[in-house]
Design a protein around this ligand. Structure first.
Ligand SMILES: NC(=O)c1ccc[n+]([C@@H]2O[C@H](COP(=O)([O-])OP(=O)(O)OC[C@H]3O[C@@H](n4cnc5c(N)ncnc54)[C@H](OP(=O)(O)O)[C@@H]3O)[C@@H](O)[C@H]2O)c1
Length: 290
């Protein structure tokens, strides 16, 4: 039986895996959250791996507070770099494939061409740099590593842009949202489903370690600004709140966001035969669950 360890199980992605795991009764999943496995604790990590005999470790744990990271670099690096290295080293030692998530923030800012995995990296803020360091450490400590770079993650779980917009819509008549940052939202359950589709294919022999190893982009399909996303959230959820477009300069944040971060998904689509849902369809699915 395939044994899968999922860390950071109470985050958006972690909960998405928990929900989807019921469709895979043939696999044994173990879900550990911060209380049951602090990935920064070397002894705890060793203990979990030594007793588990896992085939895959899916690391959903991360420091994700992008702005707060600017004033908490030690915490961001300790979770996103050092703990990632710990997990990757444990995977190598215990012959387990490591699956890890990174971000569009690692890419060098580009005008308006979708970002490809082999494109230049140049993270700006603490969060982006800590995630890039995590990528490097993961690949260095464990050759059997699959990294999925994703963007604008939202879901029915936890806190995210969608939940903030729905809350604001109930409190205000209008909300100002930036229109000069363009990208693609990622519905966390779609990302989790993509990973499980890839593992299913690997277990059936459709692709081997050669394909599984390395870096792949994943987000939903399509392109929008945060303004468009907010507008679609109000529209699709029937909220009467008005969306007011503003420039990023009018909404300063501690961390600088990339103006264009559309991910090119050709590599993951072609390698694993994935069909990726369009962002508006996934938004509709998410709203139905709320
Ligand atoms: N959210 C986005 O927009 C976005 C965009 C691009 C990439 N990503 C990447 O996608 C992945 C999943 O993100 P997400 O949105 O699911 O994040 P999330 O909802 O913030 O979940 C992260 C989880 O990690 C846990 N965690 C933090 N430190 C830990 C530790 N030391 N040990 C164990 N667990 C720990 C958190 O627990 P606590 O709640 O207790 O801290 C939280 O449950 C991450 O790698 C993230 O960097 C996210």
């Amino acid at each position: 039986m395939i044994r899968i360890l999922v860390t950071g199980a109470k985050g958006q992605l972690g909960q998405s895996f928990q929900q989807l795991s019921t469709a895979y009764p043939q696999w044994h999943f173990r879900f550990l959250d911060r209380a049951t496995l602090d990935i920064c604790d070397p002894k705890a990590v060793q203990h979990v791996f030594s007793e588990g005999n896992y085939n895959y470790c899916i690391n959903c744990a991360a420091y994700t507070a992008v702005d707060k990271a600017e004033s908490e670099p030690t915490a961001a690096f300790s979770i996103n770099r050092d703990a990632t290295a710990l997990l990757a080293a444990a995977c190598r030692k215990f012959n387990c494939f490591f699956i890890h998530f990174s971000t569009d923030y690692v890419y060098a800012p580009q005008a308006n061409v979708p970002l490809r995995e082999n494109g230049a990296v140049l993270p700006t803020g603490v969060y982006g740099n800590s995630k890039r360091a995590g990528e490097i450490h993961a690949l260095w400590h464990c050759p059997d590593t699959l990294i999925l770079r994703t963007s604008w993650v939202y879901s029915e779980f936890g806190n995210n842009f969608l939940k903030t917009m729905l809350r604001l819509a109930d409190q205000r008549e209008s909300v100002q949202v930036v229109y000069d940052q363009v990208g693609t939202p990622t519905y966390a359950p779609d990302l989790a489903a993509a990973v499980l589709h890839i593992l299913e294919g690997a277990e059936k022999g459709a692709f081997g370690k050669k394909e599984l190893r390395g870096i792949y982009n994943y987000s939903n399909e399509g392109v929008c600004s945060w303004f468009d996303f907010a507008h679609a959230i109000f529209d699709q959820s029937g909220k009467s709140c008005r969306t007011v477009p503003i420039r990023s300069a009018a909404f300063p944040t501690a961390a600088i966001r990339p103006p264009y971060s559309v991910l090119d998904k050709a590599k993951i689509r072609q390698t694993f035969g994935l069909e990726i849902p369009y962002w508006r369809e996934s938004l509709e699915n998410c709203l139905k669950k709320l």
